[in-house]
Design a protein. Structure first.
Length: 361
């Protein structure tokens, strides 16, 4: 067994406010974990309890089989990268990277070798003599990253490290972070509110809401099988309908859908969710006799948005707005345009069905 990190009933309270509520998680050595959730859900608080910057109210942080709640941050051998790069402005790139190594009393030759390794890792060898103010945001974040990696921490924790960068640099840097993680086989814990970021780099994603872990799983499983309507809404885009289920029929305010998810209960209030790419689009008059008639609904394309590889249609179904995504090539071939009257098909097996607990969507 490797040097695993375990959170055991981890809780943080500030007076009467519970910021993190009895969360449990086992993180394998070399695993890339992303904490994902809206602002204020407790992601950063969990991270700060792991690093020791925040005291634990109840429960334990266990590393390599030992409870480390009482250890100060410097004794935990964890690296941390913050949202603000926190580089020393009066030190050059190489001096910033060497700082933690000098604190550990490494000899000069070993420090020089390690700094070279780190500069090569992020392709900044030619920038070594520059100061942070002379670097771009992306370069500064790369320096912050290797400064944290230089002392060879057991675990690297990253708190929204790319949120201050523009979109293109963010995409490039997150791919680099994933590459470092795979090359170095480091345990990394990454906090973000950006679902695309989490899904693209994590081995497992922890979706948080109101201080609790709502779902933990591989990105593909969280996207395809969200455990609740909150996860379905927060991770990716979904269309929602509230209704009353009677066996395999769900009666909403305006229509009745057939759903494939069977139910033992005869009548129950439910929320239906369906991903935009699962909704099929037909022109009026196209053959649809092979489809479930109740799930075939007329509508009008109100808005067309190009998303690159896909085209998003906002369709008005008798006053109800629905989002459908189709592949750009298909959109071009079929000549859809704003104002077209169309038919939308909701495949019964594509609906996700959740109990309606009066959650605000």
């Amino acid at each position: 067994m490797g040097r695993n990190l375990r959170l055991e009933n981890l809780t943080k309270r500030y007076g009467t406010l519970t910021a993190v509520d009895r969360v449990n998680l086992e993180i394998e050595e070399g695993e890339f974990i992303c904490f994902l959730g809206p602002s204020g859900c407790g992601k950063t608080t969990v991270l700060r309890m792991i690093t020791g910057f925040e005291t634990v109210t109840e429960g334990n942080v266990i590393f390599d089989g030992k409870v480390i709640n009482h250890l100060i941050p410097q004794k935990r051998e964890f690296g941390i990268v913050f949202q603000s790069y926190a580089l020393f402005p009066n030190m050059t790139v190489e001096e910033n990277i060497a700082f933690g190594l000098r604190m550990r009393k490494m000899n000069k030759q070993a420090i020089a070798r390690r700094v070279d390794e780190m500069l090569d890792l992020v392709g900044l060898r030619d920038w070594r003599k520059l100061y942070p103010a002379q670097l771009s945001g992306g370069q500064q974040q790369r320096v912050a990253l290797v400064r944290a990696l230089a002392p060879d921490p057991q675990v690297l924790l990253l708190d929204e490290p790319l949120s201050a960068l523009d979109a293109k640099i963010r995409v490039r840097l997150r791919a680099e972070i994933k590459r470092f993680q795979q090359e170095l086989k480091k345990t990394m814990i990454y906090v973000t509110h950006d679902q695309e970021e989490a899904l693209s780099i994590a081995d497992r994603v922890v979706v948080m809401e109101k201080g609790q872990f709502r779902q933990v799983g591989r990105p593909i499983d969280i996207y395809k099988c969200p455990s609740s309507n909150f996860v379905a809404d927060f991770v990716g885009t979904s269309n929602f309908f509230k209704g009353l289920r009677i066996n395999d029929h769900v009666k909403t305010e305006r229509r009745e859908f057939v759903v494939a998810q069977g139910s033992h209960s005869v009548r129950e209030k439910v929320i239906l969710a369906i991903r935009p790419e699962k909704i099929e689009v037909f022109r009026l008059g196209e053959p649809t006799h092979h489809l479930a008639a109740s799930n075939l609904i007329p509508g009008r394309i109100d808005v067309v948005t190009f998303l690159g590889a896909a085209v998003r249609l906002v369709v008005n179904m008798d006053g109800e707005e629905v989002i459908s995504d189709i592949i750009e090539k298909t959109f071009e071939q079929r000549g859809f345009k704003q104002g077209d009257e169309i038919l939308l098909y909701f495949p019964p097996e594509s609906f996700l069905v959740y109990p309606d607990e009066e959650v605000e969507l």
